[in-house]
Design a protein around this ligand. Sequence first.
Ligand SMILES: *Cc1c(COP(=O)(O)O)cnc(C)c1O
Length: 403
Amino acid sequence: MSTKMEAVPDARGRFGAYGGRYVPETLMAPLEELERAYNEARADASFQKELDDMLRNFAGRPTPLQFASRLTQHLGGPRIYLKREDLLHTGAHKINNCLGQGLLAARMGKRRVVAETGAGQHGVATATVAARLGLECTVYMGTEDMERQRLNVFRMRLLGAEVIGVDAGSKTLKDAINEAMRDWVTNVHTTHYLLGSVLGAHPYPAMVRDFQSVIGKEARAQILQAEKRLPDWLFACVGGGSNAIGLFNDFLDDDDVKMVGVEAGGRGAGIGEHAARLAAAKGFSGAKPGVLQGTYTYVLQTLDGQVSTTHSVSAGLDYPAVGPEHAWLADRGRAEYTAVGDEDAIEAVKTLARIEGIIPALESAHALAELMHRAPKMKSDQLVILNVSGRGDKDMEILARYV
Ligand SMILES: *Cc1c(COP(=O)(O)O)cnc(C)c1O
């Protein structure tokens, strides 16, 4: 039986039942303009060439696929390879997407980008790309987050971005999103909204996936070179889901390649204690299909349908919704989703630091922790690729508090 995946999303931006475009009337025209421009750019060899050049010479691609010989020996299970996205400029995979959208904005004649940021990582990557391309950049950030992430606010300003504090509501990411949206609607003729993950209305989930799929394209060629065969397992953490889908995308038609997406299990399975949207089978409560930020997907919500609060030690995984393509892959059983708690993630950071000399981001450490649970039960002839989505430098204050 062939289980070849049909091309997704469809013309309406649907991944099965998920995705789509749930936005106010004022956003329909800008989204259609963006979709047209993206489809043209994608088919244009000169755009791809310019993007490849920036990825190589500015961001530092290709990233290595490193055989983790000591971790492999330590865990006594499969042969483990690390995809080293942590080595990229600005320290994580986010720059892949920011470069793609930045070049697209310039191509569309937009001189300005707006973004929202929670912990500041996406804001820093956006400000970096805007500086390189000579675009104006405005980043919205909740004032609570600005207080917690002062160094990233400073980085963005140093890079020439305007950082606007949002004092409304909970003063965090979702309030910043509302303000960034308002800015985009008001200034749509001059401005591109640079979204940071595979979330939001069509075409964002497909476009961001395409810009991140360079991770899996490289990893595929690299593992074939090193081992002369495809991997048995892929592991990646899932916040919005962009680094995970970036790794998975080029392997979706290879039925024998199993995929595990790891969400934030936080400090417990109750509502508000975690950010596990697709790991309900593991006992995490609160996730149901619903609409958030323009897309239909799994959303953590209270019994009366209010978006629930979330918790994770890693800011990048701490979000109530997940990319619609992951919801679809989960329903079809093509990828498996699970969750790992704060303490296991911190232990995993320590393990990789001591055994391989790599301090991973707390987000990436969630995927590693899941692999560490499973590895002893896996056979030694199995091949695993683990995506190290980013480096841990940004997490030192948090780690210092826990370790
Ligand atoms: C932002 C971030 C994530 C989560 O985002 P995805 O869209 O799920 O990839 C994961 N890892 C790192 C290092 C990040 O900075």
